[in-house]
Design a protein around this ligand. Structure first.
Ligand code: MN
Length: 354
């Protein structure tokens, strides 16, 4: 209940009575409830989950220590709670309440000061506890194992879609409950699009093939990317690949508590720029990963958050040359007390499909 205590401290500091959670991911993080509908009410005196008939038994099983309030109408229940607790100031998550919802609350609870907040739970989520890291570690391991099984089967003549399907199948078979996102398999000129969708393109000699994928274990995501080449690489393949790999290794080794995301990003960016491909690396170096695939802080030019132990981030520089192809290499890494631990264990030397 450490997480609720942190919310209550903040409520007190703000002089507010209630914090209302409507983001499903934050709801899960704070209460353990994995269902798809509900509100969380945290006041000084009460911590309750408001949900409907469908989730009553699930809340009882998943959320010891939480009061369950079964609703017929959320607004009616909120009205009752506001009166019961004499609420004057209610804080809500402004990124997860619609304009329509807010208008309804403002009309109905006209005596209450309704204030939007941003990032309260997301900030708590930034540093992962050991059990959260354990789930991410397992998800990363499944990604490694799936890739190791897939790799010897990749050959020219297969389509991107067939490879993506196989990756998904292997990860599910090894225990993943879902994909972190639909796997990206991008070949040849398509690999120059950082977030290409796998299509019917057939793998051909001379192609780079970028594979970016991850899976979910107990709600927690993993993320990794490897790039291979079909047939003997040419000079440009080798130059680009080596540059991305060098940038990735240098940036990865710099990940440590006390560094900022911008500092780690700059290490990779300088290497790629010095190699003459600065214009071809147009995205940030990485992002945090947890219950969601993209979390804060980011490793990017514009994020000055100081890295702390327990943060889990990706390091994924890339070079994308329109018409030719692209390379991205991505590992998942935990910031530790004295540096970092890399969760992705797949090799990074250029793999050539004969
Ligand atoms: Mn990523």
């Amino acid at each position: 209940m450490e997480r609720v205590a942190r919310i209550r401290e903040r409520l007190q500091a703000e002089g507010a009575d209630v914090f209302l959670i409507s983001n499903p991911v934050n709801r899960r993080y704070i209460t353990g409830f994995t269902g798809s509908a509900g509100l969380v009410w945290i006041s000084g005196a009460k911590q309750a989950i408001l949900t409907d008939f469908r989730y009553v038994e699930q809340v009882k099983a998943e959320c010891p220590g939480w009061e369950l309030i079964r609703i017929e109408s959320y607004s009616d229940t909120l009205d009752e709670l506001i009166k019961e607790e004499g609420v004057r100031t209610l804080l809500f998550e402004e990124e997860h309440v619609t304009v329509k919802q807010l208008k309804e609350w403002q009309e109905r609870f006209s005596s209450v000061d309704l204030q939007g907040t941003s990032g309260w739970v997301e900030e708590l989520r930034m540093c992962k506890a050991e059990n959260e890291i354990e789930h991410i570690r397992r998800a990363a391991q499944i990604g490694d194992e799936a890739f190791a099984e897939l790799l010897p089967r990749i050959k020219s003549g297969l389509t991107e879609r067939e490879i993506a399907l196989e990756l998904e199948f292997l990860m599910r078979k090894k225990g993943a409950s879902a994909m972190s996102f639909a796997p990206i398999v991008a070949s040849g000129p398509q690999s120059a699009l950082p977030h290409a969708r796998p299509g019917e393109r057939i793998l051909t000699y001379g192609d780079f093939v970028v594979m970016d994928f991850g899976c979910v274990v107990n709600g927690y995501c993993s993320d990794m990317t490897r790039t291979i080449v079909i047939g003997e690489p040419e000079e440009q393949h080798l130059v680009i690949y080596d540059l991305v790999l060098k940038a990735q290794l240098e940036a990865l080794s710099a990940v440590a508590p006390g560094k900022t995301g911008a500092e780690v990003d700059a290490i990779a960016r300088e290497i790629i720029s010095a190699g003459g491909y600065g214009e071809c690396f147009g995205h940030g170096l990485g992002h945090s990963v947890g219950l969601e695939i993209h979390e804060s802080p980011r490793l990017s030019k514009i994020d000055n958050t100081v890295l702390q132990p327990g943060m889990v981030v990706t390091v994924e520089p890339g070079i994308y040359v329109p018409g030719f192809g692209g390379v991205r290499i991505e590992d998942l890494v935990v910031v530790t007390e004295d540096g970092h631990e890399v969760l992705t264990s797949t090799f990074k030397e250029l793999y050539v499909v004969e």
